[in-house]
Design a protein around this ligand. Sequence first.
Ligand code: ADP
Ligand code: MG
Length: 473
Amino acid sequence: MGSWNYSVFWNEAMSLAREELGEHEFTMWFNIEYDSSSENSILVRAPSSFYRDQLIKKYQKFLEGKLFELTGKHLGLEFLIVKPVAEPSTQSSTGGTARHGQDAAAGEGPRHAPSRTKREDAPREKAKHPQLRVDYTFENFVIGDNNGFASNAALAISKNPGTSYNPFLIYGGVGLGKTHLMQSIGNRVWAENSKVKVICITAEEFTNEFIQSIHDKTTQGFKNKYRYVDVLLIDDIHFLQNKLGSQEELFHTFNALYDGNKQMVFTCDRPVSELKNLSDRLRSRFERGLNVDLQPPNFETRCAILKKKVEASRVHVQDEVVEIIAKNISTNVRDLEAALTKLAAYAELVHKDITLEIAQNQLKDVFSQSKHGNVTIDNILRVVADHYKLSYSDLKGKKRTKNIAFPRQIAMYIAREITEYSTTELGFEFGGRDHTTVMHACQKIEERLKLDPNLESTIQSLVRSIKDYSAKV
Ligand code: ADP
Ligand code: MG
């Protein structure tokens, strides 16, 4: 065989193929592995002769072309059929040929049904899950005031996926740990048993893949892929709003998995009840299991999270620095992390320890931004006016008719909640009113909140719209 080794080129050709053909097509057809090289060819392992024949028919030219681009040589492809082995413990008794420390039954004996998960079955060091981030684990997730219930539920689910809390849906604003918590479930289940088939994707990927499969006429493959998983994790389902075709598809996937007691976990940036243009039947499925929300963490939790990140990062950061970051950034965990990353990068650049002074200097802008965000009173007025079908000047003006006074009070209440303005400043911004007017408004809304359970979600959804709007303008 000589000392030819084209494995690097092979890997590169595989990534080009993945890029060019797309994830879906790639995973469907490229269940093959590099085996070895000779001067003018590469030997590739395929799980069955059927697979090999399909591959040759569809992609041999394509692959050989890629290899030519990469190596400048006309390399041919040769195939070796290596049946997937179902149980690692049965491997020694199959009498197959051992290759590269990995036992596999060679030859074409119909001993085992082909499986797409051969790599998982091999008793070598555990492969990384292709879709899960290795750092999104329970070990790295700080349990705090804002996420205690959600984390405990997530832990319980990962112990017994599919048995209770199905589906599990985590909702909350950006950067609060939804994705991290969801992937922690996947990572834990996968760590304990890598035969359990875990798929983790965003709703956007699900949608794109679905559309692509229609285009390629491979919808059956698409359906099979998602209906035969054990744990399905779908991130950011708010993306499905208005996507009726994908909703329909997910609805059927949902039913198949639910009936088969397979665990589903979803995340969403708002309560399901506030999703728009979502079919009722899918909405009711989402609401069926357990829906929990993540809140922004309080000061203590923020400190605990930062300390954990510091430990993991090997930079030295004093406690007082942690505290000043936690004190000034209360929005979400992502912003906390960004501040820490910025400091760490600076410290590395100037070869200095991070002192309180450096932290204050470096994070000045971040701190002041976090305080006011982009949220202005103007933005609040615009969004609230729009919601109640009033004009901006109505809300800011002097008229006191009921249909204007109430939305105005709501706007004041929200402004008090989400900005750092004092009541005096707010009075001024709201058309030159006295600070007592603002206080009165806030009191009124608080009273109504106790009586009217719908008001809270109206306010929450307004706050979200204000933040979205402020992020755009
Ligand atoms: P979301 O999906 O809600 O927008 P992410 O899960 O992406 O938020 O979290 C944003 C960042 O904050 C991630 O880097 C995540 O690891 C981190 N994070 C969030 N919550 C926690 C927590 N409780 N403990 C540790 N890290 C957290
Ligand atoms: Mg996320």
